[in-house]
Design a binder for this molecule. Structure first.
Ligand SMILES: [Zn+2]
Ligand SMILES: [Zn+2]
Length: 182
């Protein structure tokens, strides 16, 4: 078996003579996988679960990979972890299939790499964040606010605190007068 070279290319021959419901999990690990011309994931790992069904093979896969990203807020480079999973059915070649359904190739080798790439690409965030609460950069001076706070942000937070206490005062007044009595 050459599965160590390309874990995404699987010969399903070993499943053909197994009873319906039989399944096998194939774990995999790869240093790098290119998911498009200019995007590659590193430290990819996951598992591919193959099940023998009446009319074909069900492939369920779950996987993680890392990508070198730049934070959308503070512009710092960081390593983002991407997770995805998918399930696809490959029907046996002698089964009637519609145009949308996939069949197992004549040689018995299915290639799950296109699915892996498509699903991982869908999971890539449009605006990745180095951490969920990244404070970003100051609009005025560009200071990374995760590291230090600049004078602009200090002013802003003082104004915000003043505004919040003003609004909450007003709201309390309103709700008291608005409630109808029975
Ligand atoms: Zn950030
Ligand atoms: Zn500033």
């Amino acid at each position: 078996m050459n599965s160590s070279l390309n874990p995404f290319r699987i010969n399903i021959g070993f499943l053909m003579n197994q009873p319906i419901g039989y399944s096998r999990v194939l774990p995999f690990q790869m240093d790098q996988v290119n998911i498009s011309e200019d995007i590659s994931l590193i430290n990819v790992e996951g598992s591919i679960d193959l099940s023998r069904m009446q009319d074909g093979i069900r492939v369920q896969a779950a996987f993680n990979g890392e990508i070198e990203s730049e934070c959308g807020r503070c512009l710092e480079p960081f390593i983002d972890t991407i997770h995805s999973e998918f399930e696809e059915i490959f029907l046996f070649s002698n089964v009637d299939a519609t145009e949308d359904e996939m069949k197992t190739p004549e040689d018995g080798n299915i290639d799950v790499e296109p699915f892996f790439s498509d699903y991982m690409l869908m999971e890539l965030p449009i605006s990745p964040l180095c951490k969920p609460d990244c404070k970003g950069l100051c609009d005025y001076c560009g200071q990374d606010l995760n590291q230090a706070i600049c004078e602009h942000q200090q002013e802003k937070s003082e104004i915000q605190i003043a505004e919040i206490s003003e609004t909450s005062g007003r709201q309390t007044g309103k709700s008291r007068s608005g409630a109808p009595k029975t």
